[in-house]
Ligand binder design. Structure first.
Ligand code: GLC
Length: 740
């Protein structure tokens, strides 16, 4: 048969098979390869249409191509739930009545679960809510490393250790994206404080960059498969993170092979040429320069709008830059908004409430549980039958903690307060005293609460404490400005709003105090010796009260572990051990002088004990660790492995979960290295008396550090130590081995 006939025959066949497909352009045909569709769409677009994809068209959407039926991209905050609808052109809310969501626990709580399964549940549930609300990009999760306890946004992130954050961020991304909703992992990179966040220029060593601050972003791209990344507001080594040649072109897109979109933080772009050349794809934000009003800076004035189009037209920047950006944006659109196979999602459901409650329970950390005096038993769990009157003290027992805090704030369908949760369990044994007041939310400075008001609140709480059998103190920080809140840092390490005085005065009249701290940051604890039982809880969202009550009552045995250290005093923290250039900087520049020694790496290496160490968390039962074994003591080559096993037994009389942690340290190293670094962890559940053998695999890459001369990772032959424990300091067994 002649060639022409063959071609005609083939055409006829495909028309018969699916007439729609014959007319359908390639870019709309979902049976075609994604890259084919991207290139086909690109080939049909004008330069103006390509540029239109690269910037906002409204507060939370970027443009599509109406002529080709290529849809817009709709984005929404935030990492803990889907934010209420915002107006087209301002930060104000749109006043919808169908957008009250499930507030899931803050990501510090997810980190404190040390459980990838919780991360998967979280990502699936929040992805379903974002999908139902027709959002294509959810602006989260955040994985900036906890460098200082003063950072206003630590509550949105996953702690001080790159391995913990790397392991726990991945399932959240994977499960969320199965809903056809893109994660937008933020804030890339080195946005580790809020003070001067818009411009502070961070200086740090390559080792700190690669060993501490990049791993969670790399895991998000390589294991998580994140479809978008958010550029940070700050500068890094002189260039804005949103158009930073090193971070975006070299590391993210070239070295890591990221095929998704870089989206600015809102107003994070500052230069058209840099944005064109250094890897920015979509410019979002309002009033690009963040100062003038909308009318002076409309969307066509954005750096990646007309100014970019002009530079392309007069050849100041290559056309290849717009084709790269537009390809990435089309890929993101086809993966989300134009993905007809994605599920329909669900919103504010009982299932999602259950997920929120479970994560809240799994992430709450029992810091201390002693008897108030020798002759009694530990105060927790609280057996209601032993008490007639239980006084709950503290504003955090009743204050909404889903509002405020900045862009992660949520309008919720319900928010069970700690007081309501406790009343649901202990009924009218519960009485309440506010104890202290903190004033309004983040949009105003902390108004001075008249001393007379504070005194009367305190006097009332003390008077009631005198009459109570047990006091449950519920305090900590909140989402006010200069607390756990975006756009500002804390100004003290201590508890705010006169809480320390209140705690001391209550303890004087009643030493039976269970303390529940709700925060996203460590705080100073001057009363630590006098408080018998302390629980570190987090912003738990819609079901917080039930989660906390279930932990305090023993309905759920606490199993959370700290994702960051609690220094005794602020200067014990690495970022605060140097001058102001280390923190907060001189308002222009900042130098990370503690280098790789962040968090427990600092405490271990400088031998400064933390009040409560990284990885610490108690249980209502006890666990015994047997002797750890290794199948060999030498790692011979790149693909050699050592398998370490350790038996763990529940030696108490209630079922409990334990997080068995593996740290590795090089005994003598040619370069500065922390004493030990987290390289593995397993959360296991054990019935009373039950024993399980936990096993870890040690690979050569677990021994590596980033060599600055080589500009690559390497491990030096020599002696190493494996530390297995219940926290970074509660080491139950060690093993030595050699890398050849
Ligand atoms: C904010 C935050 C960012 C958020 C964005 C949109 O300034 O830094 O995390 O997603 O702007 O609200």
């Amino acid at each position: 048969m002649k060639k022409q006939t063959l071609i005609l025959f083939a055409l006829a066949v495909c028309c018969m098979v699916n007439p729609a497909r014959a007319q359908q352009p390639v870019y709309l045909d979902e049976s075609r390869d994604l890259e084919e569709r991207v290139q086909d769409a690109l080939s049909r677009m004008t330069l103006e249409e390509k540029v239109k994809l690269c910037h906002a068209q409204s507060k939370f959407s970027s443009g599509g191509v109406p002529r080709l039926g290529i849809t817009e991209l709709w984005m929404s905050d935030g990492p803990h739930g889907v934010r209420e609808e915002i107006q087209w052109n301002s930060w104000g809310n749109a006043g919808w009545t169908n957008d009250s969501c499930t507030a899931f626990p803050a990501l510090t709580c997810l980190a404190a679960t040390w459980d990838p399964e919780m991360s998967a549940l979280y990502g699936r549930a929040i992805g379903e809510e974002a999908r139902y609300r027709r959002k294509d990009v959810l602006l989260g999760p955040g994985v900036n490393i906890y460098r200082t306890p003063l950072n206003g946004r630590n509550f949105e992130y996953m702690g001080e250790d790159p391995h913990l954050a790397s392991v726990l961020v991945v399932p959240y991304i994977q499960e969320m994206q199965k809903n056809g909703v893109a994660a937008c992992v933020k804030h890339y990179a080195l946005n580790n404080q809020e003070l001067w966040r818009g411009h502070i220029d961070v200086e740090l060593s390559d080792r700190a960059l690669y060993e501490i601050y990049l791993p969670a972003f790399k895991a998000s791209v390589h294991e998580g498969g994140a479809w978008s990344i958010m550029g940070a507001y700050n500068k890094v080594r002189g260039q804005h993170a949103c158009h930073n040649e090193l971070l975006l072109q070299k590391i993210l897109k070239q070295d890591w092979g990221f095929d998704g979109c870089v989206i600015t933080d809102w107003g994070g772009a500052h230069d058209t040429r840099e944005a064109a050349l250094y890897g920015l794809d979509i410019e979002m934000g309002s009033y690009t320069n963040g100062l003038t009003s909308e009318s002076e800076f409309n969307y066509d004035d954005y750096y990646l709008a007309r100014p970019y189009l002009d530079m392309l037209k007069n050849g100041e920047v290559p056309l290849s830059t717009i084709d790269d950006k537009a390809s990435r944006i089309l890929r993101l659109i086809f993966r989300t908004a134009m993905n007809s196979q994605r599920p329909w999602g669900s919103f504010a459901t009982e299932e999602h409430a259950e997920v929120a409650r479970r994560i809240g329970e799994e992430g709450t950390v029992l810091l201390k549980n002693a008897a108030p005096d020798k002759k009694t038993s530990p105060l927790l769990p609280i057996d209601g039958s032993k008490y007639d009157r239980i006084l709950v003290v503290g504003e955090n027992a009743t204050r909404s903690l889903t509002q405020g805090g900045g862009s992660s704030e949520l309008k919720v369908k319900e928010e069970i307060s700690p007081l309501a949760g406790l009343q649901a369990v202990y009924g009218d044994k519960i009485v309440y005293a506010k104890g202290y007041m903190s004033g309004r939310s983040m949009y105003s400075n902390i108004e001075e609460i008249p001393a007379s008001v504070m005194d009367s609140l305190r006097a009332d709480a003390v008077a009631q404490a005198r009459e109570a059998d047990l006091v449950i103190y519920v305090g900590g920080l909140n989402k006010n400005h200069q607390q756990d809140c975006e756009a500002g840092d804390r100004i003290t390490y201590g508890l705010p709003f006169g809480q320390n005085e209140l705690i001391e005065e209550v303890l004087q009249v009643n030493k039976n105090m269970v303390m529940v701290l709700i925060s996203g940051n460590a705080v100073e604890m001057p009363w630590i010796k006098k408080v018998p039982a302390i629980v570190q809880s987090w912003y738990l969202g819609s079901q917080g009260g039930h989660s906390i009550a279930n932990i305090l009552s023993g309905e759920v045995n606490p199993s959370g572990k700290l994702p960051f250290s609690f220094p005794v005093k602020l200067s014990d923290n690495g970022a605060h051990a140097f001058d102001y250039m280390s923190y907060p900087g001189d308002s222009i520049r900042q130098i990370y002088k503690e280098d790789i020694l962040v968090g427990y790496r600092w405490h271990d290496t400088k031998k400064i004990p933390a009040l409560f160490p990284f990885g610490h968390g108690l249980s209502y039962t006890t666990f015994a660790y047997g002797k750890s074994q290794a199948d060999k003591v030498t790692l011979a080559g790149a693909d050699d492995r050592i398998v370490v096993t350790v038996p763990v037994r529940n030696t108490g009389n209630v079922t409990g979960k334990e997080v068995v942690q593996l740290y590795i340290g090089e005994e003598k190293s040619a370069v500065l290295r922390p004493v030990k670094e987290l390289k593995g962890f397993h959360k296991i559940e054990l019935q009373p008396g039950e024993e399980k053998v936990v096993s870890f695999t040690i690979e050569p890459e677990d021994l590596m550090y980033f060599d600055e001369d080589l500009h690559d990772w390497k491990a030096d032959p020599g002696k190493f130590k494996a530390y297995i424990g219940s926290s970074s300091t509660d080491i139950r067994s060690t093993l030595s081995f050699v890398l050849q």
